[in-house]
Design a protein around this ligand. Sequence first.
Ligand code: NOJ
Length: 526
Amino acid sequence: MALKWWQRAVFYQIYPRSFADSNGDGIGDLDGITAHLDYLNDSTERSLGIDAIWLNPINPSPNKDWGYDVSDYCGIHPDFGDMASFDRLLKEAHRRGIRVIVDLVPNHTSDQHPWFIDSRGSKTNPKRDWYIWKSCAPGTMPNNWHSQFGGPAWKFDERTREHYLHLFLEEQPDLDYRNPAVVEALHDVIRFWLRRGADGYRIDVVAQMVKDAAFRDNPFRTERDPDIPWFEEGTQIPLHSTDQPEVHDVIRGFRRVADSFDDRVLVGETWPIEQERLADYLRPEELHLAFNFRFVLARYRASRFREAIATTHRTFGASAWPTWTLSNHDFSRHITRYSDHGDGEARARVATLMMLTLRGTPFIYYGEEIGMRDVRIPRERRCDPVGRDGCRTPMQWSGGPGGGFSTAASTWLPMGDAKAVNVADQLNDQSSMLSFYRRLIRLRRDASALAEGSFRLEADAPADCLVYHRESSAQHLIVALNFAVEPRKIRSASGRIVFDTNLARIGQQSGAALQLAGDEAVIVEV
Ligand code: NOJ
């Protein structure tokens, strides 16, 4: 069967506050993005060559959680422009063949959303039961649930002397998806942006939308989970606040709305309790794609990545289509993570070569294509309540004033080292990280084995290397990745080198055994 556009696409995530500032206020905006679409794809080899962008939230928001606390689902935050700027962005993107998906944050609203203002007004307000309110004895909580941002998930509200539920900040009250009026209201929101021409949604914390009907206490973790290192022993397992069977009904409803439009995509931000349950969200009537955070969580080790790939294939089965991602706005950038114990740039290239040659849809996080690193944010400049600013700093377009991001004297978050790492310098450097991304994305698009071929892990490889085959009817490629610092020899991969992480061996013949330098990866055509 022919693949869908979202199966072939390379997605590029844009954090709108940090991509490009068109009006000199120090904050990125929609017109800034539009002005840089040619950088993303102008259909020549000069551009990055991505196919679709995902915009983090652009709706009005008091920004307690930087857009993930929405106060108007059908508006544009004035920092980003207005509806006309959104329409322009969409039109210009589509003109270049770039699809645009927007962020939908259905689990919770801002406490400043008119729905919540009404809801907290009185116990008899018609919006009261749009949110989750509970009464309990003085000095107690309705149950033991923790907020994911720390502390109890319940906030006592003086006016009506009841608690409301917030799985994130107290300024982010959870909506009640057991109430059909809420479901209907969100369907209207989904229709709104699809009618305007958006190509789909990334849906925030999709597994959390429905809660246990009886609000039972959550249990605690008794052992450390090596895959989720920050879930220490003693952390709560969100058994009754995540992954409830009824959430799938809500998702099927969202999908029906999306399917009433042409060819749109729903990508879930999915953190099920067990990764094995990811496939449930990808059943034919549910999401098209679901984020797979295995690589974000994995340490830079062949064994870790091998396990991540195997688990993904096992979990997704034959019918669901995988996604791959190394970085996003919630985690330290991978080049920074990999720099702790080695050459971050070389390792980032190896990991990227892996991500872009696996079967599935890759998501690139803005700036990773030039090797942008986390920025250390001085205490007085911190914005995010839970410390994620370092990976959200302004795009480094040039080494000039304001990093080419803004003409303002000061930007909303400090700029990283734009003199050392920037787009302008890398565009003309044939061996830069940017050139590496541009050429690899192009190869992925043109090589049928990578775009649509089968995947098979090669058993005959050194323990600290990963070797796999991608095969279509027309082409057989072998991808060989060395995660060790020392050189390695791969017996099972001989042929013509079509790509390598240093862009130095393309066109060479590998010989009987393929030699890989430390932290080097190569694609060979058999
Ligand atoms: C996941 C988003 O990626 C994150 O940035 C946000 O804080 C939470 N969901 C809450 O909406």
